[in-house]
Design a protein around this ligand. Structure first.
Ligand SMILES: NC(=O)c1ccc[n+]([C@@H]2O[C@H](COP(=O)([O-])OP(=O)(O)OC[C@H]3O[C@@H](n4cnc5c(N)ncnc54)[C@H](O)[C@@H]3O)[C@@H](O)[C@H]2O)c1
Length: 253
């Protein structure tokens, strides 16, 4: 068991992680399993998703789910709940950046719409599909993965930043709408974290984060897992509608 598993007991919890084939989603899935949860990961990277599920053992299952396809979202969420025998937690992690490095004048409409469809419409649809299952759980949890770029106004990333601002706002409305069913909805805002997807980011942006953090070291996926597990656990039952930046103090919210 790792440090996260020791802090947050997730024994028997049934969790769906979208976009879980690689990167942070894969780290969340791994930490969840180590803490005793059973997990369905969904993605559009089918080979990677299947290989990851296989490597994590029998508590993990992979299902294809394209966040931009409303009927696929609904049927995959239902299949996930069926495989797990119910659903206690949903991590809305799948997202795309696509607008990275571009001035806002250079972002085309199709890119803008695609980013919004995956990053904003996707979590909305997944949460709606998960709602009856989370309600039946009695201690349903939604964790939305936002980004601290929405808090400090990161330039040349506008479609993505706008989408993550929407995720933060959506978290608050969802919390009020789902609260009567005993479901909590919270968001975390990671800082720039070293994963495959951020390898393209220029060194000067990494340097900016390094120098701006209160804790001056690179951020790694394991820095985020305990926060996500806590917000998925029964222990966080009276925390809802909140945003937790996990970024070494780069932005203090
Ligand atoms: N890595 C960072 O520095 C960082 C910082 C802040 C926030 N985040 C957020 O963390 C989350 C994970 O990001 P990551 O860095 O691991 O990147 P990533 O690209 O590795 O992970 C995103 C996953 O979503 C999947 N995905 C993309 N489009 C999809 C679609 N249409 N349907 C289903 N799945 C789809 C991808 O295949 C991928 O597996 C994202 O929400 C991201 O915005 C990351």
């Amino acid at each position: 068991m790792n440090a996260t598993a020791n802090v947050v007991a997730m024994s028997g919890r049934r969790v769906l992680v979208t976009g879980g084939a690689r990167g942070l989603g894969a780290a969340f899935a791994q930490a969840l399993v180590q803490a005793g949860a059973r997990v369905v990961i969904t993605d559009i990277l089918h080979e990677q998703g299947q290989a990851l599920a296989l490597s994590l053992g029998s508590a993990v299952h992979y299902l294809p789910m394209d966040m931009v396809d409303p009927s696929a979202v609904r049927s995959s969420v239902d299949q996930a709940a069926q495989w797990l025998g119910g659903l206690d937690g949903l991590v809305n992690n799948a997202a795309i950046t696509n607008s990275g490095g571009k001035d806002m004048q250079d972002i085309d409409l199709a890119t803008w719409d695609q980013v919004m469809a995956v990053n904003v419409r996707g979590p909305w649809l997944a949460t709606v599909a998960a709602h009856p299952h989370l309600k039946a759980s009695g201690s349903g949890r939604v964790v939305n993965i936002a980004s601290d770029t929405a808090l400090w106004g990161a330039p040349r990333l506008m479609a993505y930043v706008a989408s993550k601002g929407a995720v933060i706002s959506m978290t608050r409305s969802m919390a009020r709408e789902l609260g009567p069913d005993g479901i909590t909805v919270n968001a975390i805002a990671p800082g720039l974290t070293l994963v495959e997807a951020t390898a393209y980011i220029p060194q000067h942006r990494h340097d900016l984060y390094m120098q701006g953090r209160a804790l001056q070291r690179p951020q790694v996926p394991e820095d985020l897992t305990a926060a996500v597990l806590f917000l998925l656990s029964p222990a966080s039952g009276f925390i809802t509608g909140q945003l937790l930046p996990v970024n070494g103090g780069f932005v203090m919210h």
